[in-house]
Every structure is written in C-alpha cells, then in structure tokens.
Write a protein that binds this ligand. Sequence first.
Ligand code: 5GP
Length: 205
Amino acid sequence: MSVVFVISAPSGSGKSTLVRRVLDSDPKLAFSISYTTRKPRGTEKEGQSYHFVDRESFESMAAADEFLEHAEVFGNYYGTHRGYLDRARTGGQDLVLDIDVQGAAQLKEKIPDAVSLFILAPSRTELAKRLRARSEDSEEVIERRLREAAEEIRHYRRYDYVLVNSEVEQSVDRLRAIIAAERMRRTRMETAIRPILQSFEETGG
Ligand code: 5GP
C-alpha cells in the first residue's frame, strides 16, 4: 500500500527545494502534479510543476469527482487528481503531495493513514529575507505573503510533523528520516513480515 505524504508550507519556507531533493534521490517516491487555474509563472512548463487548465475545465473535472481534494488558494483553484494516487499504488510507489492547509485537511479526511508535514522557516525575519532574496515578487507581494504565512502557520497543529527549515542539508536528512520511519510502521510492514514469519514456521521454530 502506498504511503501518502502531504506537505504544506508558507511560500518561501524552502518546501520546493526539499521536496525536489528527496524525490530526486528516491525512486520509490512519486510526486502528484496538481491541476491549477493559475497562469504559469516564469519558466514553468505544462506538466512539470502543474497542469494548467482554465476554470471551466477545472470545474467540470471537480463535478466529475476527479479530484482527491481541491481548494481555492489566493483566488485560483488547485486540485490533486485521483490518477496520481492510482498510478502510485499500481507502481508500488509512495506519493508526495505539495498542497495547502485546506487540501491537507480534506486529504486526511479521505485517507486517515496519510502522513502530514508542515515546513516552517525559523522566523518571520528569516522568511522575509528569503522572499526578498529570491527577488521574484514586489515588496507589496512580499508583505502579502508574510501576512498569509502568519495565517497558515496557525494551522500547524493539524499536522503530524513540523520541520523547521533552518539549514537545507539538515532538513533534507530530516525529511528522509521521516519518510523512512513512516515506511517502517508496523501496520505498513505486514507484507514484508509475512515471508519472514513463514520462514520461521517452516523450520518449526
Ligand atoms: P503556487 O501557486 O505558489 O505554486 O502555490 C500556491 C499554494 O497552492 C501553495 O500553498 C501550494 O501548496 C498550494 N497547492 C498546490 N497544489 C495544490 C493542490 O493540488 N491542492 C491544494 N489544496 N493546494 C495546492
């Protein structure tokens, strides 16, 4: 059974870098590419970071119950297509979702076994510094992102894990450790344990 890892974080927390790093080094992990009605930014290409669709297409997909969860975030729709989970299950992979706090709550309702993780910058000052350093946004947008971060952070209690991203390498190690530990939960080990138990039974103890 695939483990579903749900990751949320305010913009600028370093989430994308951490997610990319663990995905690149772990072929057993698949990433769910969301559908969104927001326009592509900069070098974003269709099917890489997102599937870009218009509102009408998104709404008809939602009406056809194609999404595991979907939400409106900052005026645009975002949704996780069921196909990604089906494919991960068929291919024996675990699945990583990068979704907002509303989506994470919906997903936990549907898949109680999902593992949720909230990533945080170490302080507001540090988050502001990172947002300015990536020089993607105007000062007005940065101020808005900081206000939104303050709102999102209030929901950290809904998550199983909190990762304070102070230093990238350390955070990548910690994220890998969480993934490794969750895969070894007793309830997820039944298939692996069965032949081991059998091997003991065959020799009569
Ligand atoms: P951005 O447009 O900056 O890439 O993402 C904005 C927010 O939407 C982020 O918090 C991101 O995690 C969230 N998001 C991306 N995909 C999904 C999705 O499929 N569902 C939900 N609920 N949120 C998403």
